[in-house]
Design a protein around this ligand. Structure first.
Ligand SMILES: Nc1ncnc2c1ncn2[C@@H]1O[C@H](COP(=O)(O)OP(=O)(O)OP(=O)(O)O)[C@@H](O)[C@H]1O
Ligand SMILES: [Mg+2]
Length: 505
């Protein structure tokens, strides 16, 4: 009889059902795997043979054909070691059929029969639930991520012997229950370390509260990197939905070291990063930095030093919150909604426009222009908050006055987040920065006086329609931070102070 064990493969960040068929028939003893397996799957037969024998079971001296269906879907990795072993044992009547139809099975095997972690276990559990299975049998080390999905049994196994005993009803394996700690994280840095720079710290607070992209513009040593590195300390806790979304990406990429991603990601790739590493793709379709930063922060320090193509490739993920990457077999979409924080100097020497008694800019106008033109207008246009950051004065530094601690900033940010959660509960957006024209019209109510200030700002600074919307959205976030329903004059005034400062021609 042909054994059929249900398993999965990952496409992008989602799992698709795969049926592992094992047929042990007459013929010269051999094992063949068909159904578009990659080399890791092909090697499976060697691991399976040793694992089965070393677990104390006989290996059939028959012609074994293993088919991974659907055959037109490429199968990668080591997921099928366990389902293939179970199929081989089933063909010898060592495993009974009763429970097999209720569970999906996946796991890598060591030569001694131990079950090892696989990629994409969270997507696997989601698939099992969607398809109405009773549960999944999966490696113990994948159990925590899979347990984010409730309503199905997560059966954690450590060895092939465990699996056989469970399927035959010889032992009971308790389904894994989540036991997650709340996201109370300790940091060894704090916003309070930053002296002065109130405008920049406030900008960070607003950016984080409303999901706005942020650009720091200033001379060397003004604290751009220092302030940005402290952003994780004021990020609000992740919601359950966000934890699942981000964990799914890390799980599919095989980057989970254990447990789940319950701390907002903060990614700061080096400026030599390649296009593929930034947006994802490659022969094995991996998510890029923009997706690894999903629901968190993507920090691009020394922004103009990034390759032009890398900077341009950010447009789609910033605009859509998704990035689509293609390979021969098809196209995959990865989620990529992040807050972009970019930091840059005004020119190669770093002091253009920020000269003082000590520092003079030594660049020619051409050098300045060429430097700035590395960052294109359309990208700058997608950054809501622009902050000019002059170096803090030595007197101010030496005073060593403590700023507001991160914990109290985070309280305001959390409040603004919950207001937005309620506001957008029936919409596919989460933050003020995601609002389109329609949402701006329906949610951003302004007092007459505030509208007057905004109109004056538009004509004084000759703002575009996009610039106008940007200010309204920032003003809305500022109002949310104060818990105000309507946008008031001082909200608009503060929002205008973050208008575009870097002009690229
Ligand atoms: N406001 C500040 N309060 C306390 N320390 C500061 C402040 N600004 C700068 N510093 C000190 O100066 C150092 C350099 O700052 P930082 O690396 O953030 O500068 P930067 O703006 O990123 O410069 P660059 O343009 O060269 O990257 C910090 O590590 C910190 O010790
Ligand atoms: Mg820096």
């Amino acid at each position: 009889m042909v054994a059929e064990i249900k398993s999965y493969t990952v496409i992008g960040v989602n799992a698709v059902e795969v049926t592992v068929q094992v047929d042990a028939g007459r013929g010269l003893p051999s094992v063949a795997i068909v159904g578009l397996p990659d080399s890791a799957v092909k090697e499976s037969k060697e691991r399976v043979r040793s694992a089965v024998v070393n677990s104390g079971y006989p290996f059939p001296t028959k012609k074994i054909v293993i088919n991974l269906a659907p055959a037109d879907l490429r199968k990668e990795g080591t997921i099928y070691d366990l389902p293939i072993s179970v199929g081989i044992l089933f063909s010898q009547n060592i495993v009974s059929e009763a429970k097999l139809k209720d569970y999906l099975v996946a796991g890598e095997l060591g030569l001694n029969g131990e079950v090892r972690r696989v990629k994409g276990a969270l997507a696997f559990a989601i698939l099992a639930k969607e398809k109405g299975y009773k549960g999944v049998i999966l490696p113990f080390k994948n159990a925590e991520e899979a347990s984010l999905i409730s309503g199905i049994e997560i059966i954690p196994v450590k060895s092939l012997v465990d699996v056989v005993a469970f399927l035959n009803g010889d032992c009971v394996i308790e389904p894994f229950k989540e036991n997650r700690k709340s996201g109370n994280f300790q940091f060894d840095v704090d916003m309070a370390d930053v002296s002065g720079q109130f405008h920049a710290k406030r900008a960070v607070e607003i950016a984080v509260a409303g999901g706005h992209n942020l650009l720091f513009f200033g001379p060397p040593g003004s604290g751009k990197t220092m302030i940005t590195r402290r952003i994780p300390t004021i990020l609000p806790e992740m919601t359950e939905r966000e934890i699942i979304e981000t964990t799914k990406i890390y799980s599919a990429a095989g980057l989970l070291s254990g447990g789940v991603v319950n701390k907002r990601p903060f990614r700061s790739p080096h400026h030599l990063v390649s296009d593929v590493a930034m947006v994802g793709g490659g022969s094995n379709l991996k998510p890029g930095e923009v997706s690894l930063a999903h629901n968190g922060v993507l920090f691009l320090d020394e922004f103009p030093e990034f390759k032009r193509s890398v900077i341009e490739a950010l447009r789609q993920p910033i605009e859509d919150g998704m990035v689509t990457v293609s390979r021969i077999s098809g196209t995959v979409a990865f989620p990529s909604r992040f807050i972009l924080v970019a930091a840059m100097n005004p020119c190669p020497c770093g002091f253009y426009g920020f000269e003082d008694n000590v520092h003079q800019c030594s660049c020619s106008p051409f050098q300045v222009k060429r430097y700035l033109s590395k960052v294109s207008g359309p990208i700058l246009d997608r950054i809501d908050i622009h902050v000019s950051l002059p170096a803090v004065k030595v007197e101010e530094l030496s005073k060593g006055e403590k700023g507001e601690p991160s914990a109290s900033i985070r309280v305001r940010v959390e409040k603004a987040h919950s207001i937005q959660k309620e506001r957008f509960k029936n919409l596919p957006i989460s933050f003020n920065s995601h609002m389109g024209n329609r949402e701006i019209r329906s949610f951003c109510v302004m007092t007459l006086e505030a509208e007057g200030i905004l109109n004056r700002a538009v004509s004084t600074f000759r703002l575009s329609a996009r610039g106008y919307n940007r200010i309204v959205k920032i003003a809305k976030t500022i109002a949310d931070l104060e818990g105000e329903d309507n946008i008031k004059p001082h909200h608009v005034a503060e929002a205008v102070s973050f208008r575009e400062i870097v002009k690229v021609n």
